[in-house]
Design a protein around this ligand. Structure first.
Ligand code: MN
Length: 738
């Protein structure tokens, strides 16, 4: 790996053994003042670590010195270099953060504090704790990205010297590096570090395979070098001839871990991994990149589907290059990356390259340095309370491969593979996400669950009547979309439970001749709320809605000197029929019915015995802890339920109601072709068949039971009518109760 591009990186230096060696190495990168501060930090750290010895037997200061040297290779700013030197002082020596601030200022204090905190995070604990810990790390990163860069350099040096660690620790540290640090380096675009972290982890985790593979790769070294030379010569002369370009061309085998990953993913042997060789062509300008691509494709046949234009569509970590895989000389597959010097620097150093371009890399650059995904992670951190959920999100965000899709304006969105229009729309704005009904991809309408492909242009279709449902969670993969949908459902359910609970309580109060409003904010009520642990009246309503508090109980507790209805003198009993009608009408107006719209949620369930669908006359019953269960009004089961739990419900008639299952039974003659006609009848009415069971009996009749998905009773009725019109059908009917 040592030959990797080292010639191309301006600041790639060997490990310094003394501060003077280090200062010599970095003299051209920093101004005099910075060098002085760096030297001061070194001596401060050396004194603090005095007498401490690394496992390798070297004085401890050799480690922070190497960490800073690694950092300086990315041309990071002086505070970062100083932090590298000081990063272990607070954790491992008597030095305090206050000391650091007094000596070096608050900026360095914050950085050292951040690194110390990350070092204290352990990733080997149980699942939930790991989520919590990654969360902490992300928060630390969000505050100042330099913290994580120092931590990565620290880990890189520790991995380089891992052989001095006891065997059991090696595997654990290597696994943690592979799981957490390498993906983060990748996300920050620091590919030089990512590659080295992966290979070092691989070496300690699977030493047998690692060394076997290393041997195989090096065995063919001579052969390969000849081959690389040959390709380089051809490319060079052709490019000079045809495009007058003098590029830098590098050829190398891919790093061992990536070869190993390919072998395990495809379940193949080393000999079967054919694109082991990767070439890199580095040119002066973007235009030259495309010229070179033209030359390469005219020389060697490109493999379809392997060309990627990351120049037009930069990756989220700002990586840019053209990638192609071609059949090179001797039928060998070779991968070629084409980029400019500047792109190359970004590719190797990632986030640090942008930062280095700006002199100093001070406060206002920090915000520019924060990559989009990091910002998103921070948002999610704020929104999710659940560390399991967070872990899942972070993992998928770190590891998923990406696709690039376009907005109609030509903006690029980067999304994980498997993303849908929902992921896309939530990446634009929550309000857009919440109102998404579908999308047009290259002019064609696709449903919400459609999986987007690289290069799709996605035009989101919205409707002001649309709102998210639980099902949506199945149709999206990004954290952002999922957490926004969950948040919406939570707030909707809260609203609904409060409304439903208010309704139920009002009804109960009226039943006993009281008005709920008069008892809402009394000392008596507040005491009651306190006794049930409710923070306010709304929480009581919600509890009532979920059946956690029974309405009668609440009335008894809220009304001082409560008397039951039956103990009270009856009133208005002799009123006329019309009077009663009038009264009940008025009453109906004042109380809105509980609306159900066919969607199941935490509050509303549909009884399995009668399976009501929109349009059916219905009735609801409060079930303890489960909200309201909806039955068909004529369902026999309803007679078994305590009438005191009964509530009035009504279909809301939402046009976006979830479709519901129901069964249709068809008795018909057993004639060929009839099933096809029936199936056509379903299709003609827009009804999907979910399942069908057909039984024939001796008298040449067949009984078919179709499990179908319908919107409402009118659609169902139409379908049954169509079925009955079919010649040969004797009878078609809905199966009501089971
Ligand atoms: Mn360290």
């Amino acid at each position: 790996m040592s030959d990797r591009l080292s010639s191309e990186l301006k600041y790639d230096h060997p490990e310094p053994r003394t501060i003077d060696e280090f200062l010599d190495q970095i003299r051209s990168q920093y101004c005099k003042e910075d060098l002085k501060r760096i030297e001061k930090a070194y001596h401060y750290s050396e004194t603090a670590h005095e007498g401490q010895i690394r496992r390798s037997g070297e004085p401890y200061i050799s480690h922070p010195l190497c960490v800073s040297s690694i950092l300086s290779e990315l041309n990071l700013d002086a505070p970062t270099i100083m932090t590298g030197l000081l990063h272990d002082t607070v954790e491992d020596t008597a030095v305090t953060l206050k000391n650091i601030e007094e000596e070096f200022g608050s900026d360095i204090r914050l950085l050292v504090d951040g690194v110390t905190k990350i070092s204290q995070i352990s990733f080997r604990n149980t699942h939930a704790k790991q989520g919590e810990n990654i969360r902490k790390m992300i928060v630390a990163m969000g505050k100042d990205i330099r913290v994580i860069v120092v931590k990565l350099a620290d880990r890189l040096h520790n991995m380089r010297t891992l052989n001095h660690m006891p065997y059991e620790k090696q595997a654990r540290i290597a696994q943690e590096t592979l799981d957490i640090y390498a993906p983060i380096a990748n996300r920050l675009g620091i590919s030089a570090w990512k590659v080295e972290l992966e290979d070092l982890s691989f070496r300690y985790l699977k030493p047998d395979i690692f060394y076997e593979l290393a041997q195989k790769v090096s065995k063919k070294k001579k052969e390969r070098e000849k081959y690389i030379d040959e390709v380089r010569k051809i490319l060079n002369s052709e490019m000079g001839k045809r495009a007058k370009i003098k590029p830098i061309i590098q050829g190398r085998p891919k790093h061992l871990y990536s070869i190993y990953r390919k072998m395990t993913q495809k379940n193949i042997d080393y000999d079967e991994v054919y694109d082991v060789l990767a070439f890199r062509v580095i040119v002066e300008s973007m235009a030259q990149c495309y010229e070179v691509l033209g030359v390469v494709h005219s020389l060697y046949r490109p493999i379809p589907g392997r060309f990627k234009d990351y120049i037009a569509m930069a990756k989220a970590n700002n990586y840019q290059s053209l990638h192609t895989t071609v059949i090179g000389p001797d039928g060998e597959r070779i991968e070629i990356q084409i980029r400019t010097h500047e792109m190359h620097l970004v590719a190797e150093r990632g986030i640090a390259a942008h930062w280095a371009y700006k002199e100093g890399g001070r406060a206002d650059d920090k915000s520019a340095m924060r990559f989009e995904w990091l910002k998103n992670l921070m948002d999610w951190h704020r929104e999710t309370g659940d560390s399991d959920e967070f872990l899942e999100n972070v993992k998928s965000d770190l590891f998923e491969s990406e696709i690039y899709v376009f907005t109609p304006n030509g903006d690029v969105k980067e999304l994980p593979e498997g993303s849908t229009p929902l992921d896309f729309s939530y990446s634009i704005h929550t309000d857009v996400g919440n109102r998404t009904v579908g999308a047009k991809i290259d002019g064609r309408i696709v449903p919400l669950k459609h999986k987007l492909k690289n290069g799709d242009t996605v035009d989101i279709m919205t409707s002001p009547h649309q709102k998210p449902s639980k099902d949506w969670l199945k149709y999206c993969v990004t954290t952002r979309a999922k957490s926004k949908i969950r948040a919406f459902i939570r707030s909707e359910e809260r609203k609904r439970s409060v409304a439903l609970g208010t309704e139920l309580l009002e009804k109960e109060f009226r039943k006993h001749g009281y008005k709920l409003e008069s008892f809402v904010d009394t000392d008596h009520t507040n005491k009651f709320l306190e006794s049930i642990g409710a923070k306010g009246i709304e929480e009581l309503y919600a509890q009532v809605a979920y059946g956690k508090q029974m309405p009668l109980k609440a009335v008894e507790r809220m009304v001082p000197d409560f008397r039951k209805e039956e103990d009270k003198p009856k009133e208005e009993d002799n009123s006329s029929f019309l009077g009663r009608m009038f009264k009940s009408n008025k009453k109906r107006k004042g109380t809105s019915l509980i609306k159900v719209d066919g969607m199941s949620d935490l509050l509303v369930h549909y009884a399995k015995c009668c399976n009501p669908i929109p349009g059916d006359p219905i009735v609801g019953f409060i079930s303890r802890g489960r909200g309201v269960t909806i039955h068909q009004a004529a369902c026999p089961k309803t007679f078994e339920i305590d009438p005191g739990r009964r509530v009035d419900v009504e279909w809301a008639g939402s046009e976006h109601a979830q479709e519901r299952h129901t069964k249709i039974r068809v008795v018909c003659h057993d004639i060929p072709g009839l099933l096809k006609l029936m199936s056509d009848a379903f299709t003609a009415n827009g009804v999907n068949i979910h399942n069908a069971q057909i039984k024939t009996n001796n008298d040449r009749k067949a009984i078919c039971v179709f499990d179908v998905v319908v919107k409402d009773t009118s659609q169902l009725t139409r379908t049954i009518q169509s079925l009955e019109k079919i010649k040969g059908v004797i009878r078609a009917e809905r199966m009501h109760y089971s």
